[in-house]
Design a protein. Structure first.
Length: 744
């Protein structure tokens, strides 16, 4: 690895920080140095990539380093220092230096085009090899045990390289130079089944568990009604939609009508699941009652081999597009399965065939899910392909472990000016998920090599994340749920100064212990105030109100003085009894939650509305809307309170058909919220406006509300780097806790 330089001249030391390891940065620096006839070296160090260059073109090198960096590299800073020339005429690639760990692991990346060429090129030694990868693609975080990111620290350490792989790995001119997971049919992991057997099983309508990057998928032919129904029954997956996988961007059209932005999001290096308008030509059981479908493109070589072979096996037509259901293999609400023995044990009753390989998954990661909102992608779930990319907090501070919420839990660990948000963990009330949660904290702490100075958690005393935080014995900062939602947006957008945040959410424990969820908050660093809230509805039956929308429909009748009409929305004995109790004056604690207001509308408009999972009824309501419409006078502004009683009264009195009602409900809620936010903004001029909370998963609401605020000359910030729902709580907690610790 030596290149001759022609000139002495200037010597520069450059320390490059950012996502620069495991992304082909050293061969890039080597190639550039050679092109510019420079001497010196490049090596990975504990703080980033360290480069020394010497020669007449040293300055040009420093300039081109940013401009020509490899596709997956993200340079954050380059620290430079002038040195006296040593007469170095050769450029070398040095070994990794050891020392305290301060570098990064890249996120997992979908198979690149060049590796796809290798995969289907009969003359390539990687021809049809289901685990081909290179410096620009393949698994990273999912197989790394420790830093620095080197093969010895990954689950590929178990596979000694063959001579040819070793030569590619050591050749700076090769695309696989220091591709840590490099492997080939001679030396790498092997697949448990022949591709033709996998495809035959899929064609016969079987359910196949397939090992992927961050865990197993359950896959089956998405066009086969009987098979999809069987998968739903075996997985006991209530009404939650299944995602589907197609071969490539061109195949998306077979099942959806994507926008350009959605297609681009699906093709990004992470290859997330992207919600797109469904053509509704798949069995209803794939995504029951929903107008949009989650689609991802094949992202591992194994996926590509399956689609390629299916083209011939499934159809006599070359135009046939295989569509596969591809849902995480996790029975019930448990975390996804990454371990082979566990897969055999727990998927035996679900999958007819379990396809594995012997590359171990070290860290489990679900597929990430995004939708486009207001002109850009926004996360619904952030995991594979994005974790562990950090979020820049803009300033140094103490190490904070933020423990997140209860549902859709994530944790965040800060180090220096960066916040590392964990992958989506899930609902902590499941025991296995809670174990995964603790594992995730341990792994992240080990990888970042830090010890927390403080922990942050929610104010809800019963969240298992709160209990976890309390048990650490570290200084504890309790951050109000909706303040965390708003702080999360402030953190990712680097907002300094006041922020007027609308936290539009399902449920969060208020500072007064009440159920909040439709809040207007002014947040400024560590200080915040509640400036307004939605007019309260009774939470009839407590937690059960969130699962049975008819209860919130009764609450709407009570709030609008229409109990005489409650029988319409009652029926079964339990409801009639409750209605009688309310008429007699029985009361329940109030909630200001917008999520529960949506449930009330669902209860009024969809008589059969069930709530099999969080936000289910609201999603069905959203799916009915083609164009949000406005009910004039549908709300009242009284001080800081926003009261939608007129809208609810209209829905109760007029009982519009479901679509009309859903359109009026969405449009009127958006318009009322816009008025409310704009009126208060006049009192806090200069504040940026943020829209957060789980209700911002509702695209129709989020876009209509943003548009109405823009019409009033107000610009809004959305959650882009983490989800607006509880998946983003931990980031907000971390930022809020740091602000508080900084003020003493
Ligand atoms: Zn590649
Ligand atoms: Zn090999």
């Amino acid at each position: 690895m030596k290149a001759q330089a022609t000139d002495g001249g200037k010597r520069l030391r450059l320390l490059v920080r950012g996502a620069v390891q495991g992304v082909g940065f050293r061969p890039f620096a080597y190639g550039l140095a050679r092109r510019l006839a420079l001497g010196g070296f490049v090596r990975n160090g504990p703080e980033g990539v360290l480069i020394e260059v010497e020669g007449a073109q040293a300055e040009a090198f420093a300039g081109l380093l940013r401009a020509e960096a490899p596709p997956l590299a993200r340079i954050e800073t380059i620290e430079r220092q002038d040195l006296s020339p040593k007469g170095d005429r050769v450029f070398t690639i040095g070994a990794t230096t050891s020392g305290p760990v301060r570098t990064r692991i890249p996120a997992d990346t979908a198979t690149c085009d060049e590796c796809l060429d290798d995969l289907f090129d009969p003359s390539s030694r990687f021809h049809l090899y289901p685990l081909v990868n290179c410096t620009h693609c393949g698994p990273r975080f999912s197989l790394t045990r420790a830093l620095p990111y080197d093969r010895a620290q990954t689950s590929m350490a178990a596979f000694p390289m063959c001579a040819r792989c070793a030569a590619d790995y050591a050749d700076p001119a090769n695309r696989r130079f220091h591709a840590e997971p490099i492997a080939c049919p001679d030396c790498g992991p092997q697949l448990s089944h022949a591709i033709d057997d996998i495809v035959a099983a899929l064609r016969e309508g079987k359910i196949v568990a397939v090992k992927g990057i961050g865990g197993y998928h359950l896959m089956c032919d998405a066009r086969n009604d009987e098979t999809v129904a069987r998968l739903r029954a075996r997985k006991q997956r209530d009404g939650k939609p299944f995602a589907v996988m197609v071969a490539n961007a061109a195949s998306v059209e077979a099942v959806a009508r994507p926008t350009d932005l959605e297609l681009r999001a699906a093709q990004s290096p992470a290859h997330p699941i992207v919600l797109m308008q469904s053509r509704r030509n798949l069995p209803e059981a794939v995504a029951p009652g929903l107008a949009r479908i989650g689609i991802m493109l094949a992202y591992t070589p194994l996926h590509h081999l399956i689609f390629h072979a299916a083209q011939r096996a499934f159809s006599r037509s070359a135009l046939y597009d295989l569509v596969l259901v591809a849902t995480s293999a996790n029975p019930g609400g448990e975390p996804l399965i990454g371990d082979d023995a566990e897969a055999r044990e727990r998927l035996g009753g679900i999958a007819d065939l379990i396809v594995s390989h012997d590359r171990e998954i070290v860290t489990r990661l679900d597929d990430s899910v995004v939708q486009t909102i207001d002109g850009a992608p926004a996360f619904i779930r952030r995991a594979r392909g994005y974790t562990p990319d950090p979020i820049d907090l803009g300033a140094d501070g103490p190490v904070v472990l933020a423990c997140g919420g209860q549902l859709k839990a994530t944790v965040t660990l800060t180090r220096g000016r960066e916040a590392f948000v964990s992958q989506h963990v899930g609902d902590l009330s499941d025991m296995e998920t809670f174990r995964f949660y603790r594992e995730t904290i341990d792994h992240l702490t080990r990888l970042l090599d830090v010890a927390p100075d403080a922990v942050a958690c929610d104010m809800h005393p019963d969240y298992l994340s709160t209990r976890y935080a309390e048990e650490t014995g570290l200084p504890l900062v309790r951050v109000q749920h909706h303040v965390a939602h708003v702080s999360s947006i402030a953190a990712e957008h680097g907002v300094k100064g006041p922020l007027l945040g609308a936290a539009l959410d399902g449920h969060g424990c208020g500072a007064d212990g009440a159920a909040w969820g439709g809040e207007l908050l002014r947040v400024d660093g560590a200080s915040w105030e509640r400036r307004g809230a939605l007019a309260p509805l009774m939470l009839i039956g407590g937690d059960r109100a969130a699962r049975e929308p008819w209860r919130m429909a009764l609450a709407a009748c009570a709030a609008t003085g229409r109990m005489s009409r409650a029988e319409r929305f009652a029926g079964p004995a339990e409801r009639t009894t409750l209605a009688r109790m309310i008429k007699a004056g029985k009361e329940w604690p109030p909630t200001s939650s917008l999520g529960r207001l949506f449930d009330a509308a669902a209860g009024l408009l969809l008589p059969d509305a069930r709530q099999d999972h969080e936000g289910h009824a609201a999603m069905r309501l959203e799916a009915l809307v083609e164009r949000p419409r406005l009910l004039q006078g549908g709300w009242r502004l009284e001080g800081g309170a926003l009261d939608f009683s007129p809208l609810l009264g209209f829905l109760i009195d007029e009982t519009p058909e479901a679509r009309t009602g859903a359109e009026l409900f969405h449009g009127t809620i958006a318009a009322g919220l816009a008025d409310w936010i704009a009126a208060d903004h006049a009192a806090v001029p200069g504040a940026r406006i943020a829209l957060g909370g789980g209700c911002m998963m509702n695209r129709i609401l989020a876009e209509d509300l943003s548009a109405r605020l823009r019409e009033k000359g107000l610009d809004v910030l959305h959650a882009r780097a983490v989800p607006a729902n509880d998946g983003g709580l931990s980031l907000g907690q971390a930022a809020a806790a740091r602000a508080l610790l900084a003020t003493g």
